[in-house]
Design a protein around this ligand. Structure first.
Ligand code: SAH
Length: 466
């Protein structure tokens, strides 16, 4: 569920940004002329209008303003408590967080999450929630309450002190303070896909089974050029409802955006991004995670599976998940210069953020000994400058200083730069995080071309040991 944080003042922007960095899927709306436009995702003219539009579209609404302002804005739209989205007021200094509406859609849970960000308590007023620390009537995405008509009596029995037996798997309830007892005879919570025999003594939840409409596509846009993006990827982007990704990659596909909601992330924690996309898909959205190049090569596809495996959310396992391949940077770089990957090769990321440098060194050594052509991803960043020099020294123990090396920067994007040098002359200053490097094997050749600055580089298919 997308959270719209609506602010009226520049002071509110600070609060809104804190909410955005702490919760997934937040879009900030700022009042035009009162807040700096570049600080918010959208500007609006009229508070009442934007609030009503977002409310009707089912957005969770967080107003950084007085509760009264929001209440008056949505008052005329209130007619169905089962449908209304969460509406929450947050004080301009973050000192108070008040869930106003949408208790059945998880308003209290979101209010608590926001309150946690500001080290305060959410002003929860619904009694079941206060006592049991869970909203029985608002199960997480994927689950549905089969017999809401019995909920009121069930809840008052709980509040009167009766204990309850849980049949089935309900991770969100386990963490609550519900008076669970295996021997309880009065009340039962049943997690089942059949309707069974609901009564006011048995609350029945349907677990997530299949999400006929919820889909997740992990796509690769190719290295950057439109003509290197597959038709499948273009179609998936067009037909989806939500795009999730690192801002740089979302910007690359922004010209193709029509109605899709962007969920930009600046943070480098891929697992968070994957979890956010999985949650959106589990809630029935058609979600695309945008990677550059190929999504399965040092990119988001593996992060999605890590999230599914390590985070206990059964509803994710039913998502219709599809990986759409793309042209990887090494293929594009190779194509620009000839055929350096024409014989056996390997791809190695030089980033030691997710693996220890000792493992990288061991792999480099083994690959050098095996005489593979090597494609290096993530060769350098502002935090990692020495790794490439160290790589060069290591490779020089096994390979001649005249081994061809290709430095390919921004392939397929504006500012593309391809250079050919040798291992002996490789200089870490020639690479950055938008560069990929191909180091030849003992067989890789440079062919000079007349009338061209760049030679051809290729690796023959036949092997002649030295
Ligand atoms: N999934 C991507 C790789 C992501 S890792 C793919 O398959 O291409 C990020 C690294 O990829 C960068 O540090 C750089 O080494 C390389 N890279 C990605 N796009 C590139 C491009 N257009 N030109 C050159 N290198 C690129």
């Amino acid at each position: 569920m997308t959270i719209a944080v609506i602010v009226l003042s520049q002071q509110g922007v600070t609060i809104a940004k804190q909410i955005k960095s702490g919760l997934p899927d937040v879009i900030i709306y700022g009042l035009v002329d009162r807040v700096v436009t570049s600080d918010v995702d959208h500007s609006y003219q009229n508070f009442g209008e934007v609030t009503q539009t977002l409310f009707r579209s089912g957005f969770t609404i967080v107003g950084v303003c007085a509760a009264g302002i929001i209440i008056r804005s949505v008052a005329e739209l209130l007619n169905d408590k089962w449908q209304e989205p969460p509406v929450i007021a947050v004080a301009e200094d973050g000192s108070a967080v008040v869930p106003l509406l949408g208790g059945l859609k998880g308003a209290n849970t979101i209010a608590r999450q926001i309150a946690d960000l500001f080290d305060t308590e959410a002003a929860i007023t619904t009694s079941g929630d206060i006592r049991f620390r869970t909203a029985l009537l608002a199960p997480p995405p994927g689950y549905s309450l089969a017999n809401p008509e019995h909920a009121k009596t069930f809840l008052s029995n709980l509040l009167a002190g009766q204990s309850v037996k849980l049949n089935g798997h309900a991770p969100w309830l386990i963490q609550s303070k519900l008076p669970f007892s295996d021997t309880a005879t009065e009340l039962t919570i049943q997690i089942t896909s059949s309707d069974g025999n609901p009564s006011d003594r048995t609350l029945v939840y349907h677990p997530p089974e299949s999400n006929p409409s919820g889909k997740l596509f992990v796509i690769g846009t190719g290295p950057g050029a439109d003509r290197w993006m597959s038709p499948e990827v273009k179609q998936v982007l067009k037909q989806s409802t939500d795009w999730v990704g690192y801002t740089t990659y979302l910007n690359l596909v922004e010209p193709m955006r029509t109605h899709q909601i962007r969920h930009d992330s600046d943070n480098r924690v891929e697992l968070d991004r994957a979890a956010q996309a999985l949650d959106l898909a589990a809630a029935g959205r058609s979600v695309v995670i945008v990677s550059s190049g190929d999504p399965g090569i040092f990119a988001m596809a593996a992060a999605v599976f890590e999230a599914i495996e390590t985070i206990d959310k059964p509803e994710w396992r039913t998502i219709d998940l599809q990986i759409c391949p793309g042209i990887s940077a090494m293929q594009a770089a190779a194509a620009r210069i000839g055929a350096p990957l024409g014989h056996d090769f390997c791809a190695i990321s030089l980033s030691d953020i997710l693996k220890p440098w000792s493992v990288i060194e061991q792999r480099l050594t083994a690959a050098a000994q095996a005489d593979f052509v090597m494609a290096f991803y993530n060769p350098i960043s502002t935090q990692r400058r020495w790794q490439l020099d160290r790589t060069k020294d290591l490779l020089l123990q096994f390979r001649s200083a005249t081994t061809p090396v290709i430095l390919a920067r921004n392939v397929g994007r504006s500012g593309e730069l391809i250079r050919v040098t040798t291992l002996g002359k490789l200089n870490a200053n020639d690479a950055d995080m938008r560069t990929m490097i191909i180091v030849g094997s003992s067989q890789t050749r440079i062919l000079e071309r007349s009338g061209h600055d760049l030679p051809w580089v290729y690796t023959p298919r036949r092997y002649q040991p030295e």
